[in-house]
Design a protein around this ligand. Sequence first.
Ligand SMILES: Nc1ncnc2c1ncn2[C@@H]1O[C@H](COP(=O)(O)OP(=O)(O)OP(=O)(O)O)[C@@H](O)[C@H]1O
Ligand SMILES: [Mg+2]
Length: 431
Amino acid sequence: MPDPGEPSAAVPVPQPAANPRDRSEAVVAAVATAVGLMTGSLQTREFAGPVLRLLGEASGVSRAYLFEFQRKADGRYLVTQRYEWTAPGISAQIDNPDLQGLDLIDAGYGRWQETLLRGEPIFGEIAEFPPSERPILEAQQILSLLVQPIFAGARIHGMIGFDACSPRAPWDRFEVSVLRIAAQAWGAAVLREERDAQLRHMQRMEAMGRMAGGVAHDFNNVLTVVGGAVEALQGEAAGPAPSGGDRYGRILRQALDQGRGLTRRLLEFSRPGAGQARELDLGEAVARAVPLLRQAAGSRVRVEVERAPAPRVRIDPVQLEQVLLNLVINSRDAMAEGGRVRVEVGPGPAARAAGGAGVAQLRVTDNGPGIPEELRDRVFEPFFTTKAERGGTGLGLSTVYAIVTSHGGTIALGPGTGGGAEFLISLPAAG
Ligand SMILES: Nc1ncnc2c1ncn2[C@@H]1O[C@H](COP(=O)(O)OP(=O)(O)OP(=O)(O)O)[C@@H](O)[C@H]1O
Ligand SMILES: [Mg+2]
């Protein structure tokens, strides 16, 4: 679907040099202008329209478009058309349901996936493409095309493509290379946008942490006063026969304990750095926590641990336990009918690749319903909970996040192989 908020009209489309001698010159001029748009302060959704139009017009094609790739748990890719420009009189494909969430391999485009992942373009006359690829392209009246991969850092983000629906001189190597520069600039813009969003998220978490800490601190003082009064009340009411004061005292005490529990969690979340980090073996620490985790998981949820040698890390063992507890309790909550939580310790992917020290990884997975796509961005937010009516505070995962990052680590949601939730925590090697 086209982005509803797409304000492309608000971005003036600079015109490349008039009357270029040939198409290559026009393409170079358009790419230069497009790179200028992409490396400025515009968001992808703001520059997408103007950039596709510039490049499409200059290269004399019928459509220019962008597809985003989404990697599935099994390593396959789904591609979805996000932006499109069409020359006058050409049918738009942006609402073509065949081009939304297309599984490249199922659709017969395994060659595309392989080539693009290698960082190479696909281009040529459709008549010369393998038969499995032609139906979808011919249905769009395409005669020839060029597709360039877009990488955001090391990860493929998508592809930018150009369709010619009328006869056109073949793509030459020069044009292909110049349009690759546009794809690279697009990828750099996506990466910049993602980093900006991460930074804003961290700043918001920090601000909320400070606020939560302040509120918890003051609230604790209030609870201390109430606690003193309750004790005095219960002392006065203590007598041979149970009195009304006794009963109310018990209710008050319960409420007090709840209030204290809440402020303790708020403080944990806002001040995770207060702990006592020491060097430890992550696998051993996890093994020691197993009885506690089993107790927290209850009788219906099985807790499994798998350990591979991993570099030693520096972390406060009590906070590590909190991390594990929060994750296991969340899994238990998600699997009322029962299931299993698996905690795996091993070398991080980076360390595995480098064959040495670097990172220890903690992977926690369950086989519950998993975390819906639309909540993935929000679960680490303080106070975000889908269990408000069951007493969830929404501080569990934000505490986990705060603990992990305060130890120099990272936490991310994995794709959740098999449908359940997957949390990936990396901690830097000690020393
Ligand atoms: N293993 C999981 N499976 C499915 N959803 C999960 C899982 N873990 C977390 N979530 C989702 O993330 C939300 C936030 O989790 P978080 O631990 O921060 O708060 P909470 O569990 O709702 O509240 P609290 O931790 O105070 O009990 C949950 O409400 C739930 O929707
Ligand atoms: Mg929780």
